[in-house]
Design a protein around this ligand. Sequence first.
Ligand code: GTP
Ligand code: MG
Ligand code: ZN
Length: 308
Amino acid sequence: MNLKDGLILTGINNIYSVYSENSTFLCEIKGKVLKGLANVYNPLAAGDKVRFSVDKISKDKGMIVERLERRNEFARWNNKRNRPQTIAANIDYLICVASSGNPPFRPRFIDRMLVMANESIKILIVLNKSDLGVDEAVKLRMKDYKRIGYEYIICSAETGDNIDTLKNIISGNISAFVGQSGVGKSTLLNILYPGHKLKTAEISLQNDRGKHTTNHSKLIFEETGGFIDTPGIREIEIFGIEKGSLGFHFREFADFAGNCKFQPCSHKSEPGCAVRKAVEDGLIHSDRYESYLRILSGIEQKGMDYNG
Ligand SMILES: Nc1nc2c(ncn2[C@@H]2O[C@H](COP(=O)(O)OP(=O)(O)OP(=O)(O)O)[C@@H](O)[C@H]2O)c(=O)[nH]1
Ligand SMILES: [Mg+2]
Ligand SMILES: [Zn+2]
């Protein structure tokens, strides 16, 4: 069998667009299930590298036989299907897109993205829609992200404010744009990489959550880099992290956690907790601590099942 290596651009209803040697092949999974990947929501995500065979008759069709090892992935737990869902694979940059308004700023959502982001992925927080005004509290929150080691940009796809800075940062990288529906992921990408005409739409008026204009993750690449536009997500459910290690995913806790009286410490109610003390002293942002507590309680409620 003549096998080729290719890159998953997108997958819709189990038909995958696979890019290889300057052509795109429409492929299905051979035998429907890939070895060892029966229990995941989506065995293949945009950015995955695969091995496939080309159909002898329809030369633009093929069968995927194997998923190659992932360098990294960004995933969440899909509550509806009760399985992990990969949003993008093999990426350099995770662009956590939020908006300062319409839909409202949700730091809790960003914190969840940061917890799920693999350490091998660079992270950039993008606060879009600056033209709608940015509250002082939101500015402070962004500064706190910077203080604890996350880069951020406040920009506007509408006015073009700071878009060049964003362009320079992601240039030469494969970036996945992830965030709630309606924050402007596709609009930003249309400006950063003109010519692909990604669908965008006004967010629905009934609720502030948007209506999911982008339906499928899609990888597009150019000489200057590439991007994955992803559908808006309502919630990032955490998985694969035990309650005892959640604290390690909050970078700024590291300076204090070693001084907690009890080891290990959940930083919840133990006496002599240095993390809680740091929150009281304003050395850890109280809102970050609140995110920690909420995620922790989610992990505790779901118990072991939660870890896949
Ligand atoms: N005021 C303002 N509106 C913006 C800006 N960026 C995007 N929008 C608008 O926000 C709405 C949603 O934009 P989309 O790009 O479709 O949002 P999305 O994040 O891709 O949404 P999903 O595909 O559903 O996840 C559109 O009406 C855009 O015109 C901005 O910087 N300022
Ligand atoms: Mg979109
Ligand atoms: Zn503690």
